[in-house]
Write a protein that binds this ligand. Structure first.
Ligand code: NDP
Length: 341
């Protein structure tokens, strides 16, 4: 019961955060495996993340992986992780999605998975509000006028009273609902499970089978679902045609939730008014994609979750889960592998 638990941190965190993890318990042997990040795990650094330090003299990265019972994992794991880490019992992801585990075989094992769901809610909600205001206040037109020195006065639309459909009412979707409700919007929501109690700040909650009802009623549609077999291409031609000609699709979830080819047609032919896209079916987005040139697209390179608070929040969540793990308590954000999130 009091055995040492080998914890491998494959994330480039500051010495202070490593120390925070070590101080959770003397039973933990927390090792800095950040050097595995780029070469072995093939994961990219997040913008602003310091490059990993070379391994301490005498430390053997392969041995650390072979000993690891717990891994704090970046957004990519090598396909042979199961062979390299035979003692692995728990993976704490630093992302909310677990699609990075596809093709590792880990989803078919008993290894416990926990996500970082919850740590992104502030920057992602702020991103969604930015996207909504970008279109409502016609920011691209304002900037064009400024650049051409044009004193062009026109009526700006109000947000108050417009309707947002939030697809996915988890940590991110609930915060989007709270903030957009505070801005005076009507908030409709879609979630997978039937809510047994009313969801705060959401005027009406629907099941996925009623998605069309929400799309038809919404001025903005924000996608905050995980990628699963059920959500892949959940927004395709049929759904885009159900949206209003002026409505705006906001995708901060995963690119494959939207059929991108159908979206390009919808944006060109005016089935919808615009799109704010942080995620794409293939990333980085190909230079040949028509999305780059469409005037009714606001887009960013998968950065809606990024902020200078990211590592602190991820480490705080991990430390709480380490405490629970040692105590044998239920971990925060444990993935239900049968649901895929
Ligand atoms: P949560 O697990 O907290 O919430 C997921 C929500 O999606 C739940 O409300 C769930 O319903 C709902 N859902 C699942 N399947 C369906 C479906 N078929 N139809 C409708 N709703 C469904 O996750 P988060 O809110 O933390 O994150 C959501 C996703 O956002 C992540 O999985 C990730 O893919 C993406 N993400 C993207 C980031 C980025 O950088 N762009 C950063 C962070 C997250 P129920 O409540 O019934 O379970």
């Amino acid at each position: 019961m009091n055995d040492v638990v080998h914890v491998l941190v494959v994330s480039s965190v500051t010495p202070a955060l490593l120390q925070q993890m070590r101080s959770v318990s003397t039973r933990l042997l927390v090792e800095d495996g950040a050097a595995l990040l780029l070469n072995v795990f093939g994961a990219a650094l997040r913008p602003g993340q310091a490059p990993p330090q070379p391994p301490a003299e005498g430390s053997d990265l392969d041995e650390m992986l072979a000993q690891a019972e717990v891994i704090l994992a970046p957004r990519r794991l090598p396909g042979d992780t199961l062979q390299r880490a035979p003692h692995l019992k728990w993976i704490q992801a630093t992302s909310a999605g677990i699609d990075f585990l596809d093709n590792t075989g880990i989803l078919e094992t008993d290894i416990v998975l926990t996500t970082a769901s919850g740590i992104h809610v502030v920057p992602m909600t702020e991103y969604v509000v930015t996207a909504i205001l970008y279109f409502t206040k016609e920011v691209s037109r304002l900037m064009e006028n400024k650049n051409s020195k044009s004193w062009d006065r026109f009526n700006l639309r109000e947000l108050k009273g417009q309707t947002i459909g939030v697809i996915g009412l988890g940590n991110i979707g609930m915060e989007i609902a709270r903030v957009t409700k505070a801005l005076g919007m009507n908030v409709l929501g879609v979630r997978r499970s039937k809510p047994s109690v009313p969801v705060p700040f959401v005027d009406a909650v629907y099941r996925p089978s009623d998605l069309g009802t929400v799309l038809k009623a919404s001025d903005f549609v924000a996608l905050a679902v995980p990628i699963t077999p059920e959500t892949k291409h959940m927004i395709g031609e049929v759904q885009l045609r159900e949206m209003r000609p002026n409505s705006v699709l906001i995708n901060i979830s995963r690119g494959s939730v939207v059929d991108e080819a159908a979206l390009v047609v919808a944006l060109k032919e005016g089935w919808i008014g615009g799109a704010a896209l942080d995620v794409f079916e293939a990333e980085p987005l190909s230079l040949g994609s028509e999305l780059w040139d469409l005037p009714n697209v606001f887009m960013t390179p998968h950065i809606s979750a990024l902020s200078d608070q990211y590592d602190d929040r991820a480490a705080g969540l991990f430390c709480e889960n380490l405490r629970r793990y040692l105590a044998g308590d239920q971990l925060i954000n444990q993935v239900d592998k049968s649901k895929g999130y």
